[in-house]
Design a protein around this ligand. Structure first.
Ligand SMILES: C[S@@+](CC[C@H](N)C(=O)[O-])C[C@H]1O[C@@H](n2cnc3c(N)ncnc32)[C@H](O)[C@@H]1O
Length: 237
């Protein structure tokens, strides 16, 4: 009987969080050993296990560092094919909050690009990219926070700016920087957002889309293309 109840609860939790049913069941059983009987206690147990799962997923993902890249991996080709035209004709790119994106970027496919400026505040990504691409002249890496230098410091009139999974992050964490981001000197901007949350299996497209559309309104630009790929969606403006 109890096993059945636990299984059902595990199923529910696994539906909500990005974790397998069996793994949840193990956790429920382990935690359940120290739990007294009773409805109230059982509720407490569920709450505790959910909380642990949430924090475990968060820390695991944060430690991973490359999470955006991993999440995108199955959809990278789709993302690139949606902005292929823009990339093919671009000579200069500015990738803001670029994370580890250059690792997966097929530079050989876009020989026209002679300058790819990367800006990100994350030291670990910077170090990794520096050691991998240190000798690649066209990739210029700045371990900066947005706003640390005026845009002109990085160059003028870029052909394409990449704001991949970046605008919603800034909107949540450093809203005051949105205005600066909206003034990025680029002919075209590619903006994307997540459709799935980090820990929960919830669809967050609606929420992220609202943030991105507000941002687009700030830039005063028009949407020239929109796309939806796997767990990411975006616009060219
Ligand atoms: C969700 S990741 C996206 C990474 C990459 N654009 C991609 O799509 O794979 C967001 C990135 O923004 C960077 N970031 C957040 N706030 C920043 C800021 N104020 N200035 C520069 N980079 C920032 C983070 O370090 C992180 O690498």
């Amino acid at each position: 009987m109890l096993e059945e109840v636990l299984k059902q609860e595990a199923k529910k939790i696994a539906k909500k969080y990005k974790i397998g049913e069996n793994e949840v069941l193990e956790k429920l059983k382990a935690e359940g050993e120290n739990t007294k009987e009773g409805k109230k206690e059982f509720k407490k147990l569920l709450k505790k296990v959910k909380k642990n799962i949430y924090y475990e997923l968060r820390t695991y993902k944060r430690k991973e560092g490359h999470i955006s890249i991993l999440e995108r991996d199955p959809y990278l080709e789709k993302l690139l094919s949606n902005i292929d035209g823009e990339l093919k004709s671009a000579k200069s790119i500015i990738d803001v909050g670029g994370g580890m994106f250059p690792i997966t970027f097929p530079f050989e496919k876009y020989p026209n690009i002679n300058k790819y400026v990367w800006i990100d505040k994350d030291k670990t990504s910077y170090r990794k990219l520096k050691s991998k691409f240190g000798k690649m002249e066209k990739l210029v890496l700045f371990n900066h926070k947005v706003g640390e230098q005026p845009w002109s410091y990085y160059g003028e009139n870029f052909d394409v700016a990449l704001l991949l999974k970046f605008v919603p992050v800034i909107s949540r964490q450093e809203k005051h920087l949105l205005k600066i981001v909206s003034e990025i000197p680029a002919k075209q901007i590619v903006i994307t957002g997540n459709k799935e949350a980090l820990t929960k299996r919830a669809d967050i497209k609606y929420r992220e889309d609202k943030i991105i559309r507000n941002f687009i309104a700030k830039t005063g630009r028009k949407i020239t293309k929109s796309f939806d790929i796997g767990n990411e969606f975006g616009y060219v403006i």
